[in-house]
Design a protein around this ligand. Structure first.
Ligand SMILES: [Zn+2]
Length: 150
């Protein structure tokens, strides 16, 4: 049986309406209700066979507009493989150690490493760890300032 994929006109979610009759009112998970449109040209099926029993999202007997699970989870962004930035991890490690000891050395080292990490991440968008680099920089600056104030 051919699948009948329809895009919700409100949220754009692709819904599998194969088991629903044309013209039947269905509800998208976003709440948008609409009538099942006829299949696109090429996959046209004049008479929709009744859905086989036992399908998890089959229309309940008394439900006025069943909720259809999306075909696939919504993907707001293109999944991208991101590599953690090693420098960012190093910078954060130095920064955390600098809180406890060797502030005068490790504080500036953390700042330098964090700057290095931020440069690398700016040059290579697939690197992940800008949060760590920022945290390392802030901690490094704080420990460096504190050590001069004490
Ligand atoms: Zn929707």
């Amino acid at each position: 049986m051919a699948t009948h994929i329809v895009q919700c006109s409100r949220c754009g979610t692709q819904l599998d309406l194969s088991a629903f009759a044309i013209g039947q009112t269905v509800a998208c998970p976003c709440g948008h209700q609409f009538a099942v449109p006829p299949p696109a040209v090429g996959t046209a099926q004049p008479a929709q066979p009744p859905p086989p029993p036992g399908q998890p999202w089959q229309r309940p007997p008394q439900g006025p507009s069943p909720r259809i699970p999306p075909v696939s989870p919504p993907m707001p962004y293109v999944a991208q493989r991101r590599r953690p930035c090693r420098e960012a991890n190093h910078a954060l490690t130095y920064a955390i150690i600098s809180i406890f000891c060797l502030q005068i050395i490790l504080g500036p080292v953390a700042i330098v490493k964090a700057n290095e990490a931020q440069r690398k991440m700016a040059a290579d968008p697939s690197l992940d760890g800008s949060g760590k680099a920022t945290a390392a920089k802030i901690i490094g600056i704080i420990t460096t300032i504190l050590v001069w104030c004490v």
